[in-house]
Design a protein around this ligand. Structure first.
Ligand code: ADP
Length: 495
């Protein structure tokens, strides 16, 4: 078999990964490194772009060495990244003028409240598919211009550039200044219907157009690598935000197909093809990829606390030592219906409830409530919150999802996967591939390199497991009724 290979860079929130895929779509080498999280004030989060860059450069060298491939075997590179996190750099020196402001950072909340009070939300929602929130990149860039000495002036003179992390890495790798549709769609500055940077939004936030990257499809020749890690001349052939990458990595590329990733939180994306829908339930609309790697619309919903509730039971409640022990604990329980419901609204409730004053609660405690029962209720809560997102998506699209593909760390829990199928009353397919995110960017790069087409990619999908719904309808109604009652009880708790 030929030695040709594809490199995927997966630049995440806590660490960066580099994988090397062979021609058969198998990982032949992988390297991972964490980097520093900076918390300059409560609820502020920053990353050092130089540290991210040098980390990725080192990982590229190490992974290539491990793979025993030559740089000349590398047909292309795909980049996938933590979304919304944004860097502003000086075009002349290539140096960032401030740390990257991370998606989690809340420093622009007040500005966002002001924009809402001024009545901009309906316009912004219609153009970007998003809601006004500090989470997205736009207000973070405005903050940097406002708060770094001389930045506003330099920006006006066309001397500054902005970019999400894909864009920043591309700049350091190739010298180009571009991004892709999926990342642009998370900035609050991009009109996803017209597919162009939006002048009204740029004016509203005081961001000059000269700062913006060019926007291309996720599968595109973005540029050639400079003399870095021995990869001179290798093209960057894909860039895509992490959740959209997971959707592509799971080959959910047709309208009506969806995936849910179960990590710290859950991210559910539903591909709606050419249909640009604004959700009635406060879901986001975003750009993802179609079967050719071109743009498609998707609805997106998030569960804020998913695997995190298992972390909480492990670290704060000391119920078990490892997240995977949560499943063993359930063995002592019988399966009769109970009244115990755990609503992990630690940080309020997202779609479809959108109640930031909701707080977590465990309801229905009785003498026989044990760590095992609470753990089971916590696992159920992950599936029940995801169920609500699926319901909302089906309402918005007027389409029925016939199957849900799942991936992410928490899906190794078989109880959770089965309960998800039961509560959705739909089959659930668990990906056999470890990392759908990296896979998505590698698939796109390999397609662009001419190594693979969609048919080939289908053969790469390792067999996962399939969970058929097996709960009777009466029991299902019982589970849903108690969940809905519990949700009503926790709403508006914090004043
Ligand atoms: P992230 O990318 O958000 O860090 P991962 O995909 O690595 O998340 O998944 C880790 C999360 O999954 C953690 O929150 C952990 O509590 C949860 N998790 C991992 N294994 C299990 C398991 N067997 N059962 C339930 N939850 C699990």
């Amino acid at each position: 078999m030929s030695n040709e290979c594809i490199i995927a860079i997966d630049q995440g929130t806590t660490g960066s990964r580099v994988f090397i895929f062979d021609r058969g779509g198998q990982v032949i080498a992988g390297e991972y490194a964490e980097f520093t999280q900076h918390f300059p004030k409560p609820a502020w989060v920053e990353h050092d772009p130089e540290e991210i860059w040098s980390g990725v450069e080192t990982l590229l060298k190490k992974a290539l060495q491990k793979s025993e491939r030559n740089p000349s075997d590398v047909r292309g590179i795909g980049i996938t990244n933590q979304r919304e996190t944004v860097v502003v750099w000086d075009k002349e020196t290539g140096t960032p003028i401030h740390n990257a402001i991370v998606w989690q950072c809340r420093r622009t909340s007040t500005q966002c409240e002001k924009l809402k009070e001024e009545g901009h939300e309906p316009m912004i929602r219609k153009k970007t598919g998003l809601v006004i929130d500090a989470y997205f990149s736009g207000t973070k860039v405005a903050w940097i211009l406002e708060n770094v000495d001389g930045a506003k002036e330099k920006a006006k003179q066309g001397r500054l550039a902005m970019g999400t992390i894909d864009s920043w890495l591309l700049f350091r790798l190739t010298g180009e200044h571009s991004t892709d549709y999926t990342n642009a769609s998370r900035t609050l500055l991009y009109n996803i219907e017209k597919r162009e940077w939006d002048e009204d939004l740029l004016n509203l936030l005081g961001i000059p157009t000269s700062m913006l990257p060019e926007v291309h499809p996720s599968r595109f020749c973005f540029g050639k690598i400079r003399d870095i890690a021995g990869l001179k001349g290798v093209p960057v052939l894909a860039m895509i935000g992490d959740q959209q990458a997971a959707l592509f990595g799971q080959l959910r590329v047709h309208p009506g197909e969806a995936k849910n990733t179960y990590g710290t939180g859950c991210f559910l994306l539903f591909n709606t093809g050419d249909q640009f829908l604004i959700s009635d339930s406060g879901l986001l609309t975003t750009l993802a990829c179609n079967a050719e790697g071109g743009p498609a619309y998707a609805l997106e919903g998030a569960v804020f606390i998913a695997g995190a509730v298992i972390q909480w039971l492990r670290d704060s409640m000391k119920f078990f030592a490892k997240a995977s022990d949560s499943e063993d604990l359930l063995k002592e329980l019988d399966d009769s219906p109970d009244e115990l419901v755990f609503v992990p609204a630690f940080a309020g409730l997202g779609a479809p409830h959108w109640d930031m004053n909701a707080r977590g609660a465990i309801l229905g405690l009785s003498r026989d409530t044990s760590p095992a029962r609470i753990t089971r209720a916590a696992l159920k809560s992950i599936a029940l919150q995801s169920y609500e997102l699926v319901q909302a998506m089906e309402n918005d699209t007027k389409e029925r999802m016939n199957l849900l593909r799942i991936d992410g760390g928490a899906t190794s829990n078989t109880f959770l996967a089965q309960y998800q199928a039961d509560i959705l009353n739909k089959p659930v397919e668990r990906s056999g591939n470890v990392d759908a995110t990296a896979l998505g960017s590698a698939y796109l790069a390999g397609m662009e390199a001419g190594l693979w087409d969609l048919k080939t990619l289908e053969t790469f999908q390792s067999d996962g497991s399939r969970f058929e719904p097996s709960m009777d309808s009466q029991r299902r109604e019982h589970e849903l009724r108690y969940w809905k009652r519990a949700i009503e009880k926790v709403k508006g708790w914090a004043e």
